[in-house]
Design a protein around this ligand. Sequence first.
Ligand code: ZN
Length: 138
Amino acid sequence: MQDRNYTMVQAGLFEKLLSVTEAPSKGKLFLKEPLGLTSMEVSLNQLPPGGEVPFYHKHKENEELYVFIRGQGQVQVDSDILEVTEGSSVRIAPQGVRTLRNTSETEDLCFIVIQAKEHSLTQWVMTDGIILEEPVKW
Ligand code: ZN
């Protein structure tokens, strides 16, 4: 029985993900299990200079959001090629055939991937959030 309303993981620096993860997910740290997430899968990713995902994939039900936080790369979706860098966000529908690569010769490509069931979000931000009256104390 969980007695707290939160879970937390300290994954460390993105540039160390390759050294703290193992094949077949080397460079990729999944958060669903350690955090007990129930509505999404999230991974933290480090792809080294020149690195690439060596296969295409798609999904059955989940859309994916790729949020790039460092480096330079390309995302390929259904043969379209998107240039991505820090600040780029790419949403891919389940049936989109995708892969990605790091196009830098010197810098890691670091990104977060969030996947959740397409069309499952029914409330967000102002319709789901409830602002409480009690003053904030630290
Ligand atoms: Zn995927």
